[in-house]
Design a protein around this ligand. Structure first.
Ligand SMILES: N[C@@H](CCC(=O)N[C@@H](CS)C(=O)NCC(=O)O)C(=O)O
Length: 359
């Protein structure tokens, strides 16, 4: 298969690490302007990476969907642990890595590594041009990415809290990766791939961020380096269905920061569904408030986050009766018991690379 992606891209990092770990054969092709115009736009319908093109000519988009579908095709070695506590922990970290760590990732890239990012964007889009011309191209195509900061909740009022939260996360991860190779022990799982997107492509690879990570959290930088190109050679996750105690603070932080936003997203999607006869969902439906440390900010409501949350909640609510008490104990430990009783009055699903209301 072919992966159209880029070294500079968050979600390409996530997918590449997954494909490498599974030992799946693929070729990565840089998503230049030509690739966007001739491959991505006609087959996906919008401009996004990473994208997979299969040998039979079919296309796949969205790392969560791609990983789920490749797991069904190539189940060994599984990246979702068999034990429900570990599986749920892994899925929560995928959701947090994909949808929440975008705040520090985008803040640090565009407020501390802007020149580097512009040059990278230009070199990716127009590999044949000289550096000055690439910079001009980079400036132009970076606009929608850098311009997305306010919608994500990155603003003057929140950047200090974003940095404090990220520093605290690095301290927590540092303790974990000082004793464990991966999120759940000896082998990567979905949670590693989810965290790797932001922590590699933006927060390790962008130079100012990389220097910060190496200085403040060398064991986290070590994990990033271990994850790069890690290939399965028989290692397996720990057998017991338990989460390392050093991972609990990270999961608590994920829930403390992200869960209120997720729950409000579910309410807003249900509200929105009442106001429309269409099934298509815009990428964002209005704004809501969020809290991070001492700060409050505004950000757009992204129905996509509900789609990710549905996977987590469906998993929690389908746990077998004899495993329910250990799952409830775990959810209690990380401040997530609400997920066990959450009901979606309106569900969302993906169709033809778009999110739609499922009613
Ligand atoms: N949920 C998607 C997110 C993909 C994504 O946001 N990719 C970024 C690059 S890392 C992009 O192309 N963004 C363009 C856009 O969102 O309009 C996935 O998992 O693949």
């Amino acid at each position: 298969m072919i992966m159209y992606g880029a070294e500079v891209s968050y979600f390409s990092g996530k997918l590449r690490a997954y494909l490498d770990w599974k030992g799946l054969e693929y070729k990565e092709i840089q998503a230049s302007r030509d690739i966007y115009i001739h491959k991505i736009l006609p087959n996906i319908g919008w401009l996004v990476i990473p994208v997979i093109e299969r040998e039979n000519g079919t296309y796949m988009q969205d790392t969560t969907e791609i990983i789920r579908s490749l797991e069904a095709e190539y189940p060994e070695p599984p990246v979702l642990p068999a034990g429900p506590v570990q599986a749920i922990a892994s899925m929560i970290l995928e959701l947090y890595g994909d949808e929440w760590l975008v705040l520090p990732a985008m803040h640090y890239r565009w407020n501390h590594n802007r020149e580097f990012a512009i040059a990278e964007f230009g070199a990716l889009s127009a590999p044949g041009l000289d550096a000055d011309a690439q910079r001009a191209v980079g400036e132009r195509i970076a606009k929608p990415f850098a311009g997305a900061l306010p919608a994500l909740g990155v603003s003057n009022g929140t950047t200090e809290a974003i940095e404090e939260s990220y520093m605290a996360l690095l301290r927590e991860l540092e303790r974990h990766f000082s004793v464990h190779h991966y999120v759940l022990g000896r082998a990567p799982s979905l949670g590693d791939f989810g965290l790797f997107g932001p922590l590699y492509a933006h927060l390790y690879r962008d130079p100012a961020s990389g220097a910060l990570m190496r200085e403040k959290a060398p064991a986290v930088a070590g994990w990033v380096e271990r994850m790069r190109g890690a290939t399965h050679r028989g290692q397996s996750m720990s057998g017991a269905d338990a989460v390392p105690t050093t991972l609990l603070p990270v999961l608590r932080r994920a829930m403390d920061e992200h869960l209120p936003v997720l729950l409000d997203t579910v309410r807003q999607v249900a509200q929105f569904a009442k106001t429309t006869a269409d099934r298509e969902l815009p990428r964002a439906i209005g704004f809501h408030q969020f809290r991070l440390g001492e700060a409050t900010g505004q950000r757009a409501v992204f129905p996509y986050a509900q789609w990710m949350l549905q996977h987590v909640v469906d998993k929690i609510q389908s746990v077998a009766a004899d495993e329910r008490s250990s799952v409830m104990k775990f959810l209690d430990e990380i401040g997530a018991t609400e997920l066990a009783k959450l009901r979606f009055t309106t569900r969302v699903r993906r169709k033809d690379f778009q999110l739609i209301l499922d009613n």
